[in-house]
Design a protein around this ligand. Structure first.
Ligand code: AMP
Length: 332
């Protein structure tokens, strides 16, 4: 069976964009492939989180992915730091990654620009750790966004270089995975492009928010002064609301508001009210499940344990092979 690997940043609460852009694809993958989904807590150390924040965010993300339907019986959902084989392989692969190529990585350059006061070695070798996350399970596919394509190319380069150096076929070349479903980009509520956590509290609809908070955010979403002539093109802000409607409302509802926009009778207040109700209908059961899972420490710990066992089984097999090839052969 083909293998898929994907990382999850432990950034706390998930929003609607994460669900439609990532989680939904994971749900599809766990049915079709041997899937490894890991919470990238080692990667996150480059930003120096406090121990409380780190643990809290990992727990939140684990609980949310489980609540959204990732199934420990179907996939390996694990925490990166639970798999010591990963930092071990990272050490070996670092010997075979060159300063020049690491400095040329676009994400490294971006991070140096953004965090001038914290240009640590972990940032520089971030692509090596990413490559290891993928290579250690001999992945065939990795779901990647545009900004990650260079990392995947580096992963292939590191894997091939290792194979050549030791004249062994250890690592296959992972390919970018494209979902069979359409790629959705969920817009934010502030009219500023896609929904994101960094867009501020008002921009994103979080699954763990209470109904009143979500309703308020939607009612305050940015619009315009309304269509002034029949079939006028929509402003970006209004188009965004329609995009959100498409994710959670019925075709009848969407059609109703499309028509009332086209004949200029639309009242944005009504559109928002309907959007809020449909959104809450979609979110509420998932949110309740998130809260249940978060309070079920036995389930959380069992799930993390199963994930770690699955990941270590695969990782330790690769590492055994690698150690042997490198020349770490046991005398005892
Ligand atoms: P983040 O942790 O914010 O980088 O997002 C994690 C995953 O969610 C990534 O795979 C993103 O592609 C996806 N994602 C985040 N925001 C959106 C969005 N507004 N629309 C679609 N996908 C998104």
């Amino acid at each position: 069976m083909q293998v898929v690997v994907s990382g999850i940043r432990p950034t706390g609460k998930l929003h609607l964009g994460n669900y439609f852009g990532a989680v939904r694809n994971f749900l599809e993958m766990q049915e079709k492939y041997r899937s490894y989904f890991f919470i990238a807590d080692i990667h996150s150390l480059t930003t120096h989180p406090t121990p409380q924040d780190l643990h809290g965010n990992v727990k939140q993300v684990l609980a949310e992915y489980l609540a959204m339907g990732l199934d420990p019986a179907k996939c390996a959902l694990f925490i990166q730091s639970d798999v010591p084989e990963i930092p071990e392989l990272y050490t070996y692969m670092n010997m075979n990654a060159y300063l020049g190529e690491l400095e040329r990585s676009a994400s490294f350059k971006d991070k140096v620009r953004a965090h001038k006061d914290n240009v640590n070695a972990g940032l520089l070798t971030y692509p090596v750790l990413m490559a290891v996350d993928i290579l250690i399970h001999k992945a065939d596919f990795v779901p990647v966004g545009k900004d990650q394509e260079q990392h995947l190319e580096m992963t292939r380069q590191f894997g091939n270089r290792f194979n050549r150096m030791y004249n062994a076929q250890v690592f296959p070349e992972p390919q970018a995975y494209s979902s069979t479903g359409e790629l959705v980009k969920v817009p934010g509520l502030t009219g500023q492009g896609k929904m994101s956590k960094s867009g501020g509290e008002a921009d994103a609809i979080f699954f763990d928010d209470d109904d009143t908070v979500t309703r308020k955010k939607i009612m305050r979403a940015v619009t315009d002064s309304g269509p002034t002539e029949p079939n006028a093109p929509k402003s970006e802000e209004v188009q965004n609301l329609f995009e959100l409607l498409k994710l959670v409302s019925t075709t009848d509802t969407i059609e109703h508001f499309e028509n009332s926009y086209a004949d200029c009778s639309i009242r944005y207040g009504d559109l928002k009210k309907q959007l809020a109700e449909d959104m809450l209908k979609f979110i509420a059961p998932i949110r309740e499940r998130i809260r249940e899972v978060k309070n079920d420490s036995a389930y959380l710990s069992k799930s993390a344990q199963i994930g770690a066992e699955k990941a270590r089984e695969s990782a330790s097999a690769t590492l055994k092979e690698v150690r042997e090839i490198i020349g770490f052969r046991k005398f005892y």
